[in-house]
Design a protein around this ligand. Structure first.
Ligand code: NAP
Length: 252
């Protein structure tokens, strides 16, 4: 009973880069048909690579903060692959700004992508899962929501809200055969992290933080993908509403 993907349809937002890309590639390797949702043409490049590696994938350009675009995207996925069974919400926007400099517009945009985008995607995909009596949702939050992070109040608030959202949705969808979990990564070596390192937002940098991590390395996107690959399996059906740290022991 460990099986899952088995041709099931997985939607991965932010699937063109970093964590989302690793999750999309892994789920495709494990036999899912994967829709790569991302802002632009990068979704096509990711999808092409998955197909070149022998997987089934399709690209969809969307802004997860735009409900109409998400509804269209999920419709396209259903037409091409069938009902959505697996959803990984990895699209995210970070922000580094002193609290007193955060504008209302910046606050709204971060919340729109990280929190409302997660809501839109779940809202659009869950009906398929209810119909099937089976579903898996993994929301990528952030370890910053567990410990706080200066100069990121908008981002941290959005990611903490994703953790609460996940717990509440898990309670509601448990009876429907749908699990909902959140993975709060910390210091994954991705384009987002390297971008922030270059801008000087990460203090002494990724390698320094890796040296302080109990397992003595930075996390790789594949570490998060491995957790998702487990959570989608049938045998993970009793794990729901959880905040599952994949962090090398940084937050215990
Ligand atoms: P990444 O490499 O920048 O990937 C994020 C992807 O999401 C990018 O392709 C990005 O497109 C896309 N995206 C951004 N806004 C979007 C929108 N409105 N609609 C659709 N797609 C959108 O970042 P990552 O490091 O893999 O992060 C993935 C998730 O993990 C994020 O939610 C992030 O907050 C969370 N996280 C990451 C870390 C870490 O250490 N890396 C730590 C904690 C949490 P563009 O590149 O065009 O913007």
């Amino acid at each position: 009973m460990s099986a899952a993907p088995d041709g099931r349809v997985a939607v991965v937002t932010g699937g063109a880069s970093g964590i989302g890309l690793a999750v999309a590639e892994r789920l495709a390797r494990d036999g899912a048909q994967v829709a790569v949702l991302d802002l632009d043409a990068a979704a096509r490049a990711a999808s092409d690579k998955i197909e070149a590696d022998g997987g089934a994938a399709m690209p969809v350009a969307v802004d997860v903060g735009d409900r109409a675009s998400i509804d269209r995207a999920m419709g396209d996925v259903r037409s091409r692959f069938g009902p959505i069974a697996i959803l990984v919400n990895s699209a995210g926007k970070e922000g580094f700004r002193r609290f007193l400099n955060i504008t209302a517009g910046e606050w709204d945009r971060i919340l729109a992508v990280n929190l409302t985008g997660t809501f839109h995607c779940c809202r659009a995909a869950v009906p398929d899962m209810v119909e099937a009596g089976w579903g898996r949702i993994m929301n990528i939050s952030s370890s910053s929501a567990q410990g706080g992070q200066p100069f990121m109040t908008h981002y941290v608030a959005s990611k903490a809200a994703v953790i609460g959202f996940t717990k509440a949705l898990a309670l509601e969808l448990g009876p429907e055969g749908i699990t909902v979990n959140t993975i709060p990564p910390g210091f994954i070596d991705t384009p987002m992290t390297r971008r922030n390192e270059q801008r000087g937002f990460l203090g002494p940098g990724v390698d320094h933080h890796a040296s302080l991590t109990p397992v003595r390395r930075a996390a790789r996107p594949e570490d998060i993908a491995a957790a998702c690959a487990f959570l989608v399996r049938d045998e993970a059906g009793f794990i729901t509403g959880q905040t599952i740290g994949v962090n090398g022991g940084r937050n215990t």
